[in-house]
Design a protein around this ligand. Sequence first.
Ligand SMILES: [Fe+2]
Length: 291
Amino acid sequence: MLKVFRLAFVHFDTTDVDRLVRYYTDVLGLSVTRQDGDAAYVSTSIDHHNLLVTRAAEAGVRGFGLQLAPGISVEDAAAELGRLGLTHEVQEHPTPGIPSWVQFRDLDGYTVYLFSEMEMVGRGFGARGVCPNKVGHLSLRVRDAKQSVEFYKSFGFINTDWIEDFFGFMTCNRDHHVLNFCTSDRKALHHVAFELRDYSHLVRSMDDLGRHQIPVLWGPSRHGAGHNIATYHRDPDGNMVELFTDADVFIPELNMFEPRPWHEQFPQRPRVWGTDECITRWGTAFEQSLV
Ligand SMILES: [Fe+2]
């Protein structure tokens, strides 16, 4: 069986590479490890890249890279994809920083890159801008969240929570969610989320956004599923960006989350949430368009 252990990078298409990279560097505080022609490689700290930005006719999320658990090679992954009946392609030196990957399209046509190794050539954390810990999770609009959740179980993902039957949360490590899927009538990004260090960092991030005249669309407030404290804004391409902290820590061995004082249940286990109880635990007004 396939097993991945982290979301390593998100692949964005954009009509204006320079403009999008300027936002992710000047506002979010990431660093460019390489930019050549129509591609830019952007790092949160030490990875070669956590964002791959390529020029295209239309902006949006193209796909994402998942790193394979130790001991699973790209060739092993390709063989397993074959067993799953998925058309795939192994590529040597597909991009700087990654020696090889196997790529395939998932149920909705998002490109998934599975790889074993990524160079660590990033420059550490910057001194200006938000400077998040990492890309925390990626939320995608899909035709059928139930089907997507079942599909990604084949890659070692565990379903941690649901909002009713249309928003499924999945993890491949101890983070409450690494991928989530929202049933939708269109294929598009729902949001990409960056993890911050603590509450004070979240407040400072809003000052950073304010300095750049970027409005916070919603939050901060604590969610139900995941219990993360989150804010949302948009990057220059209109991609929704979540900044969050304090998300639940999953203990797969016990099928529960590490206890926290704000939990509703002890032990807090994966469950189905109603929409209203999940969007905010603080009673903060929210915009239905975010769901
Ligand atoms: Fe999120």
